[in-house]
Design a protein around this ligand. Structure first.
Ligand SMILES: Cc1cc2nc3c(=O)[nH]c(=O)nc-3n(C[C@H](O)[C@H](O)[C@H](O)COP(=O)(O)OP(=O)(O)OC[C@H]3O[C@@H](n4cnc5c(N)ncnc54)[C@H](O)[C@@H]3O)c2cc1C
Length: 482
């Protein structure tokens, strides 16, 4: 018996028919990444039902030298959950492990399996007067394990931080099949390294997350979403500081977009209307929340905040959501930028951050520079100004297919954008991770000391290189997954 056959026989005995399949109809849908850029092949699709099964399966993989690609909802943006084209890697789906193990209302914590879907966590928390304060467009598919492994962000990071700030405990299976059980949250614990933090953002290269304890916060009693127009991104930054000063902890979202993005969204959503009359070069969406009913109403406080912003010359025009459906309509405009822009043609996307205070200057510098150096492209920036993170997308000249753009001009544009971000002291991946799509760029532009430290950690925890090889890091050329 050759190695794959022996491995598959043992894995089938371990997991049973629901836990292991090679049926192309069942495997195929999971072999392409969300953006459609990578298409791989898999030895089989394994769907263990418990942490014990994951541990036994990983031990088996370690014994047979079978590489594992962990996968949650497959909504990741960097190709991290797609196996390579060799057909030798095992796709390990966590989707069958989809229970909410416990929701502790008094302790404001939820313990979830890795395959629990973000939207289900939102609903479960809401039913108990609580909420999990991280949301993103892929919430109907993204799993807790995937969100942890990519250290996902979203639109509430400005107040609550990214996944890293919300994970209180982790259970994970390491490369030799050992279970790392650190689910119990301790507010203070100084017994050396915080090992759970090492797993957060490691994109399946250091361990397979099987469960997590997550922080919940009180549900929102009221929220107001403001849509404001202004001539310049520097003014948007000044408005951000103004809102932070006045709203403090109640400021829950601060998103920016250019007029061209709003136009693309309005073309894309026939029933949508522009929130403001008149032309504004930049638009800002601001969300302010109240977690309990307070003496002065949220409405009064937000109206005062916006009035003083007008007086300070920070806003050309603004409108406050009159009710929840209008608040949702404003967010829909924001959340539709990516699909609206995709409908317009080929583009290369960059998820970049620079220090918050530098972001307006960076955008004002980078947009005209990229458009001048690559005639015919159109650059735009939108997103989480409050986190110093924008999605910097560069649309191809008309008539170029995505494939052609990616293979030449788009690749040169991306390299230029990443060079600029690096020169400005920023990150080429603020939210979406490195995966496969940015691995070479991380290698090219990453700090050599940081890369060397990451390799040392990888070698220590996964010496045979069986966990998600080819993603995030390359090991030295003589190593298994170089
Ligand atoms: C419309 C849309 C909007 C989005 N908006 C945002 C946004 O605003 N901010 C943001 O940060 N992301 C965003 N994303 C990206 C995506 O939702 C996140 O990256 C999410 O964390 C991926 O979760 P997943 O379960 O789908 O993981 P997958 O795509 O399945 O996997 C992602 C990575 O994690 C690894 N992995 C998955 N599960 C595990 C596990 N249990 N243990 C170890 N490794 C694992 C995979 O190997 C892969 O490397 C968006 C996606 C979509 C489709």
């Amino acid at each position: 018996m050759d190695t794959p056959a022996a491995f598959l026989e043992e894995a089938a005995a371990l997991l049973g028919p629901r836990g292991l399949t090679q049926d192309p109809d069942l495997v195929e849908p999971w072999l392409t990444d969300w953006r459609g850029r990578y298409h791989g092949a898999a030895l089989a699709l394994a769907s263990p039902a418990s942490t014990d099964e994951v541990a036994a399966l990983v031990k088996l993989c370690a014994r047979h030298g079978v590489a594992i690609v962990p996968q949650g909802g497959n909504s990741g943006m960097s190709g991290g959950a797609t196996p390579d084209e060799s057909g030798s890697q095992l796709l390990l789906s966590l989707r069958r492990m989809n229970s909410l193990r416990r929701l502790d209302v008094a302790g404001r914590q939820a313990v979830c399996d890795a395959g629990f879907i973000l939207e289900n966590l939102h609903n479960a928390a809401e039913a108990q007067g609580l909420r999990f304060p991280l949301t993103l467009g892929g919430k109907g598919s993204a799993t807790i394990g995937g969100l942890i492994s990519t250290n996902a962000g979203g639109t509430q990071v400005i107040r609550h931080g990214s996944m890293r700030a919300l994970v209180l405990g982790i259970e994970a299976v390491l490369a030799d099949g050992t279970v790392f059980d650190a689910l119990t949250p301790l507010k203070k614990d100084n017994r050396g390294f915080d090992l759970k933090q090492l797993l957060i953002g490691s994109e399946g290269t250091l361990g397979i997350v099987t469960a997590a304890t997550l922080r919940l916060v009180p549900a929102v009693a009221d929220r107001i979403v403001v849509w404001a127009g202004m001539p310049d991104l520097h003014i948007a930054r000044a408005l951000l500081l103004h809102c932070e000063d006045i709203a403090g902890d109640s400021l829950e979202g601060f998103e920016v977009l250019q007029a061209t993005s709003l136009r693309a969204v309005l073309d894309h959503l026939p029933d949508a209307r522009a929130p403001l009359q008149g032309e504004h070069a930049w638009h800002v969406l601001i969300e302010v929340v109240a977690e309990r009913d307070e003496a002065d109403s949220l409405q009064d406080r937000v109206e005062a905040m916006i009035a003083s912003a007008f007086d300070a010359g920070l806003i050309e025009d603004a409108v406050l959501s009159a009710n929840e459906s209008q608040a949702r309509a404003f967010w829909l405009l924001r959340d539709s930028i990516a699909p609206a822009e995709r409908a317009k043609g080929a583009a290369v996307q960059h998820d970049v951050s620079v220090p918050v205070e530098k972001m307006p200057a960076f955008v004002h510098h980078a947009v005209p520079l990229v458009e001048a150096e690559f005639p015919g492209v159109h650059a735009l920036a939108f997103g989480h100004l409050g986190d110093g993170n924008v999605h910097f997308h560069v649309l191809a000249p008309a008539g170029i297919s995505q494939r052609d753009y990616d293979s030449d001009l788009g690749a040169r544009v991306s390299a230029r954008v990443h060079d600029l971000v690096t020169e400005w002291g920023g990150s080429i991946s603020a939210e979406h991770g490195i995966g496969r799509s940015k691995r070479a760029e991380l290698e090219r532009l990453g700090d050599p000391v940081s890369l060397a430290m990451m390799r040392q950690v990888k070698r220590a925890l996964d010496p045979a290189g069986i966990l998600n090889p080819g993603k995030l890091l390359t090991l030295a050329p003589d190593r298994a997954n170089a």
